[in-house]
Every structure is written in C-alpha cells, then in structure tokens.
Design a protein around this ligand. Sequence first.
Ligand code: SAH
Length: 237
Amino acid sequence: MKQVFATVAAALVAAGCSTQERDPPDAPVTAAERMIEEIQRSGPPYVGERVLAVMKNVPRHEFVPERYRGAAYDNRPLPIGEGQTISQPYIVALMTELAAVDEESVVLEVGTGSGYQAAVLAEMASHVYTIEIVDVLARQAARKLEELGYQNVSVRSGDGYAGWPEHAPFDAIVVTAAPESVPQPLIDQLGPGGRLVIPVGPPGRSQVLQVLTRNDDGSVETRNVAPVIFVPFTRDE
Ligand code: SAH
C-alpha cells in the first residue's frame, strides 16, 4: 500500500501537479506574499517587519471592487469608485510605519476610502477612528470592516478637516488625501509624542509626505519624508 502511494505521489510531482508543495495559481496568500516582497524592495524609506507581517494577513482583495480583485495585490493604487482610489500597498505600509502605532494607540484616519488602511492600522492599534467625506464610501467601508470582524474601528461620514475632537488626543493621525496645507485642528488633536502623517501639496503634483511630531514640551516638528501623489483633500461646502 505504502509503495503504491509513493508511486502516485512521484507521478504527480513529475507532472508538476503536486498539491502539497504548490498553492493554486493566484491564490490570495501567494499574491500577498509577492506584494510583501515588493514592499520590502521599495524604498528607502524601508518598512519594518511588524508592518509587513500585518499586511501579509489583511485581505486586500476584500477592499477592492470585484473587477479589480485579480490586481488586488499588485503594488499600485486601484479605483474604488466615486473618483477615489485605494492607495498603493507600499504607501499604506510606509504611512503605517511612520504612524508608529502599538497596541495601546488610539488612531485617527482622515480619508477612509475602502477601509483598507483602517484595517491595517486596526491590526496594530487599540482603536481606529476614521472619517470619510463621501457618504457611500463611508457606508461601504463600515459594512466591510464589520463583515471582516474589525471591532476596534469606528467609521464616520463627514469632513475630516476638524478631526474628531470627542476622541482626541490621538497617538497617531493618518491622512490619506492631500490638503494644500496641514489642517490646524489635526495638529491640535495630537497627544504628547503623537505623529501626524499627511501628504501636503496642490492637487495632482508636487505633494510631499510629511510627519509632524508633537514633542513633550508641546512644540511641533515637521519632517519631509517622500514625494507622493494623493487624491485631493476636499471640504464640505
Ligand atoms: N485610506 C483609503 C484611501 C482612500 S483615498 C484606503 O485605504 O482605501 C482618500 C479618501 O479621502 C477618499 O475616499 C476621499 O473621499 C477622502 N477625503 C478627501 N477629503 C476628505 C475630507 N476632508 N474628510 C474626509 N475624507 C476625505
């Protein structure tokens, strides 16, 4: 009996159809691993192991429209409807790295979009509050995050310019749309040692990813990290 099994297995391997050693082609897990390798190669700035480990497990394909699922793990932004995009995986990874959250962190995100960046942050933080100005996107993201079992994310629909004062101060604030200058209310809602990660610049060009850090003495330091392109930060009329 043993002999027969061995023979069958050998024949399968020779035919290139061993099910033990190979994942089915394009299985999300394999695609996710490829995405992680690409993020690792992107940079500087490079992304640390903790963020990479989280992003390997968050199902990005769940956050993109059905027709883009095959490209969900490509290292590029994708349309999510309403003229908006889910950011490129390397940028999500970099912003998460710069936000430097741990399991105690209370985080604000402005620009929920698909909910993917919120999910990545939620895997590492205590709670994520996220605001989306396009109502239909806010609803979709809230539904998706709930369906996937994220209980530590609160989604609100509205203009994130004023932050979310009821839950401030925040240990980290991540903004995923680019205003021409940093909204003062967001700076004001940073707790001691808090980080505000934000793309700043005119629509479609010359934007720079900045990190503003509030020092213990209350002063704020600004660091330019990388040139980026984000959708514009819009305002409610
Ligand atoms: N973090 C998202 C990326 C979404 S793109 C993701 O992981 O999918 C940026 C989003 O910011 C868009 O959905 C856009 O509608 C939203 N946005 C733009 N200006 C905003 C504002 N003032 N307040 C809240 N959301 C805003």
